[in-house]
Design a protein. Structure first.
Length: 494
């Protein structure tokens, strides 16, 4: 049982030696403390997830539990205890090895993120902020007093990282140490210790916030910074904390589509993959406030621009495969991802048939084969999900299977689609689609030609009869899949 008398904010001695992180975690009466959402009883479980093996679970925990005790720059009764835990937690070497996905889509060491946060909350209770509050008639709150009293102990921990081997940790430590010192007198007293780090920030960091803090300290130390400030370029804000996951409630599953996709991709790769589509997906400012339909339109168009492959289409294929294979992604969007993979894999032959006998005007004969090979690499994994997928996604997977037909394709699909053949008669959108799939799976050119001619005459925008048969069939298949989609159940198969 938690000792009621333990106060982690006051338990360190006059030498500012913090208890170890486990002691703070287990002996603090969290249920007696509060954060922005009420009782802080959930804090211990959340803090333990800071070292989760999964990058999205880890990022979500850090985002949520650092934000909830500093919501809108407010200080709560639980804030100081969390800050002391974070400071003590920095000694764990895993904080240097594990990474967090930040708002700008960049990966940062957990240690750097935690150190930056300690500086940010210290800035919220600085003497300047206190004076502003008092000037507006606000009294210093007990929670703010506790955090102010803990700054010295936190400083002793943070300053030990100003010579860290990692530049990103060093710059975070220098900045946060300066913010924890707060007053000009304190900064002057530590000038000899911090001056090399301050100059290092200006030489090595592009972070606007870090650089501004370094320049302010040079001013305090009597250094003429006029030329430095004149030469300082206008820099974009560099968000150093992973706030996006915390913005949408407490559940990773209750997210807008762009964050669902980001979570699926990050869980798959445990990092930020290469390519412009991934860079965009992992940058918060690109998507905040966007609706799901607009996001998907732009995201898919970035991969296959107006049904045309480009130099980076192949880079987008692993993202689509991760999305198509993620159970957390809603079935309709798994369908969309598989459908787009089919489009990528068939673009060359479809366009050839559509434009015959002229060459496709926007064909990229280098990018298209590369993208097709990229799709092919993910086919076995995606087809292996057939049994757990809903009928709609199964229909899209069937198109993927016949796109990369082998001798095993027909017997496999014939068994899996028999129920659909029985359920949907010829002449219905789904029934005709399934029957075309089975014809293409058989590999019989005569049957394929008969089916293409029959279905084209009945329903679809056709292609020149002189065009290659396979291209005509794939062109027709795409149209039929699009038309059948609204009729196929999206409920996950039991």
């Amino acid at each position: 049982m938690t000792p009621k008398g333990f106060d982690s904010a006051e338990s360190h001695d006059q030498a500012n030696v913090l208890p170890d992180a486990l002691t703070i975690l287990t002996r603090t009466s969290w249920g007696d403390l509060e954060h922005a959402q009420g009782s802080a009883g959930d804090i211990p479980a959340g803090l333990r997830r800071f070292l989760d093996d999964g990058i999205t679970a880890r990022t979500h925990a850090v985002a949520k539990y650092l934000e909830v005790v500093n919501h809108q720059n407010s200080i709560y009764s639980a804030t100081t205890s969390v800050a002391l835990y974070v400071a003590a937690h920095l000694a764990d070497q895993r904080t240097a090895a594990l990474e967090i996905i930040c708002q700008d889509g960049q990966l940062r060491p957990l240690r750097a993120v935690l150190i930056d946060w300690l500086g940010l909350i210290a800035d919220d209770v600085s003497d300047e902020m206190l004076a502003v509050g008092l000037g507006h008639g606000f009294q210093e709150l007990p929670a703010e007093m506790r955090l102010r009293s803990a700054r010295s102990a936190i400083f002793q921990v943070v300053v030990s990282y100003v010579n860290d081997p990692l530049v990103i940790v060093r710059t975070a430590a220098v900045t946060s140490a300066l913010l924890l010192l707060d007053t000009p007198e304190e900064r002057r007293r530590h000038q000899a210790r911090l001056a090399p780090g301050v100059h290092g920030v200006l030489e090595q960091s592009d972070d606007r916030y870090h650089r501004a803090c370094a320049l302010d300290s040079l001013d305090i130390w009597g250094v003429d910074t006029r030329q430095l400030r004149a030469d300082e370029p206008s820099r974009p804000y560099s968000p150093r904390l992973p706030r996006a996951w915390a913005t949408y409630g407490g559940d990773v599953d209750d997210l807008p589509l762009w964050l669902v996709f980001r979570t699926a991709v990050a869980d798959r790769f445990q990092t930020v993959p290469r390519g412009p589509q991934a860079a965009s997906l992992f940058t918060d400012r690109m998507h905040l406030g966007r609706d799901d339909r607009g996001f998907w339109r732009d995201f898919s168009n970035d991969i296959l621009h107006q049904d045309t492959c480009g130099p980076h289409t192949a880079d987008g294929v692993p993202l689509l495969a991760a999305i198509a294979a993620a159970d957390r992604v809603p079935p309709r969007h798994r369908f969309d991802a598989v459908e787009l993979l089919v489009d990528i894999a068939t673009v060359t032959e479809r366009h050839e048939a559509e434009c015959w006998p002229d060459p496709p005007p926007h064909a990229d004969f280098l990018s298209e084969p590369e993208a097709r090979v990229a799709v092919h690499a993910h086919v076995p994994e995606l087809l292996a999900r057939w049994g757990s997928e809903c009928p709609a996604v199964q229909m899209a997977l069937a198109a993927l299977a016949v796109t990369f037909r082998t001798e095993r394709t027909y017997p496999a699909l014939a068994a899996r689609l028999q129920r659909s053949v029985d359920q949907y008669p010829a002449g219905t959108d789904i029934g005709d689609y399934v029957r075309l799939i089975l014809v293409l799976a058989s590999g019989d050119d005569r049957e394929t030609l008969d089916a293409v001619e029959s279905f084209t005459d009945a329903y679809w925008r056709g292609t020149p009869r002189e065009a290659p048969l396979r291209g005509r069939a794939l062109h027709l298949l795409r149209q039929m899949l699009v038309k059948a989609k609204p009729s196929v159940p999206m409920t996950t198969a039991s």
